[in-house]
Design a protein. Structure first.
Ligand SMILES: [Fe+2]
Length: 287
């Protein structure tokens, strides 16, 4: 047996590729590509990938590319629905135990949401079941975080965001910017959100159908909470009664983010939630 010569085709390919990258000008890229090719080669061997498999994979990738344009990225959808986007987000925003988990922001965030006073409603058209959220912003010691900026955005009672259908909802509907008081509290009036389906009319949707995966996201509200000296928190709160809770196609559900909407008054709901921010380490940059 020759010492130093890899014994399987996949290892030989991986070794040859690695050797060819010895003088690559971009060392970081070379190291990443080397590991990627090695992992793919191993997988091809283990799964006994044949010509038909490879043709099908290339056809799928081509379709994903063709379904993408400036308004819609089928590649982003693929990364989202395979859990990769959520995994990367969790990796780059790891929080200490007890802090509220970070999640993906999703595609419907806008920086220019209307500024709202404590207790004001973000529902401009008033359509939907009223919901009152009492939010407490705290640090890990349980102390209130005053003057935090709380940005909230959500879909309407039909599961549609204002910027998805500008002709059907008033500009800025169901999104707003609040400030926490000295006690770290803020009250947000809104309407109960509805779940919605992610786009499923392209090749990713076709793949999900073949796998029996649902495109339905459970009903939720989005939040982005920033305060001086703390890591910015981008997160969701999910409706505990939504049947899609266990199969979020974007993998954003965390048990710490599931809340109950309690009935109150005539057809309305209320809930309260504590967001716990982690202190920013020196050199932290909000990206
Ligand atoms: Fe959403």
């Amino acid at each position: 047996m020759n010492v130093g010569i890899p014994q399987t085709p996949s290892r030989r390919i991986a070794k040859q590729f690695e050797d060819r990258l010895r003088s690559a000008p971009d060392r970081h890229l070379a190291a990443r590509m080397s590991r990627l090719v090695s992992a793919i080669a191993k997988l091809v061997e283990e799964e006994r990938v044949d010509r038909a498999d490879l043709r099908a994979l290339i056809r799928f990738a081509t379709e994903v590319g063709h379904a993408s344009d400036a308004r819609r990225s089928e590649w982003v959808l693929l990364a989202d629905t395979l859990g990769i986007t959520s995994l990367v987000e969790q990796q780059v925003t790891r929080r200490p135990p007890g802090a509220t988990p970070n999640t993906i922001a999703g595609p419907f965030y806008r920086t220019e949401a209307p500024a709202r006073r404590d207790g004001e409603s973000i529902s401009i058209d008033g359509i939907g079941e009223p919901l009152v959220l009492t939010l407490q912003i705290s640090d890990l010691d349980g102390d209130p975080v005053a003057d935090a900026l709380i940005e909230v955005w959500q879909a309407n009672a039909d599961g549609v965001y204002e910027n998805q259908a500008p002709d059907l909802q008033p500009d800025g509907n169901l999104r707003g910017r609040f400030r926490s008081g000295d006690d770290g509290r803020v009250i947000v009036r809104t309407v109960r959100p509805k779940g919605y389906a992610i786009p499923s009319d392209g090749p990713v949707g076709e793949l999900m159908k073949r796998l029996g995966l649902s495109p339905n996201r459970p009903a939720h509200l989005h939040f982005r909470i920033s305060a001086a000296g703390f890591e910015t928190l981008t997160t969701h709160l999910f409706d505990s009664e939504d049947p899609a809770l266990d199969a979020d196609p974007l993998f954003a559900v965390d048990p710490a983010l599931v809340i109950r909407f309690d009935p109150c008054g005539a057809g309305g709901y209320e809930t309260s939630h504590r967001f716990i921010l982690a202190r920013a380490h020196p050199g932290y940059e909000d990206t």
